[in-house]
Design a protein around this ligand. Structure first.
Ligand code: M6P
Ligand code: ZN
Length: 188
């Protein structure tokens, strides 16, 4: 018998604008202090909230899907918009799907050999993150960016690789809106 046997069907109510879940289960908060070293310019001191992840827990096995909503606040550190830490999956070939719910964002993805892709996130976008692609979301709008994500349960989060290399590109506030620029600190 696997964990599967212990899991009964259940439903969660998702507020499509706010991204909150009812019932609320695990909530992870990330503040500017948790993102130290990730922005090109260090943000001013302060522990401003950057994002919250509301998870729907399930056993972290390859038979399950782990689902969460992320609510990413608007803001900038230097010219860079607020963003998530970003990660590869520990099990590299595990895929993920992002469904945009509210706000305006970008999904930045990169492979370990240095390729990158930038896709929009807004209400109704469904983005496929193939295995082997690190992913980070960026809020380029003035409202919270809200999206739903589902990934293979045994994927795991590898934050260390992204912390070491960065992403090949940054999303920065330009005169006419968001711009994709090369990351001068990126190294494979
Ligand atoms: C999405 C998913 C989660 C992830 C969250 C925040 O909801 O990809 O697995 O935790 O975004 O991103 P990060 O873990 O990179 O901070
Ligand atoms: Zn992921």
């Amino acid at each position: 018998m696997t964990d599967q046997a212990a899991l009964a069907p259940f439903t969660t109510l998702l507020d499509m604008e706010l991204g909150t879940l009812d019932p609320q289960r695990e909530v992870t908060e990330r503040r500017l202090d948790d993102l130290r070293g990730m922005f090109l310019e260090e943000p001013e001191a302060g522990d401003s909230l950057v994002y919250r992840v509301y998870a729907i827990p399930a056993p972290a096995t390859g038979a399950n899907l782990l689902c969460s909503t992320t609510v990413l606040e608007p803001g900038t550190a230097g010219r860079e918009y607020y963003m998530t830490k970003g990660h590869f999956h520990q099990v590299r070939d595990r895929a993920e799907v992002y469904l945009g719910l509210a706000g305006e964002g970008r999904l930045v993805m990169a492979t370990e050999d240095g390729r990158h892709a930038v896709e929009p996130i807004r209400r109704g976008t469904v983005s496929y993150v193939p295995g082997g692609w690190a992913h980070r979301s960026v809020n380029v709008g003035r409202e919270p960016l809200v999206f739903f994500a589902a990934y293979v349960g045994d994927a795991g989060h590898d934050y260390g690789t992204v912390e070491r290399t960065g992403f090949p590109v940054l999303i920065v506030a330009g005169d006419d809106g968001p711009e994709v620029v090369a990351n001068p600190r990126y190294r494979r």
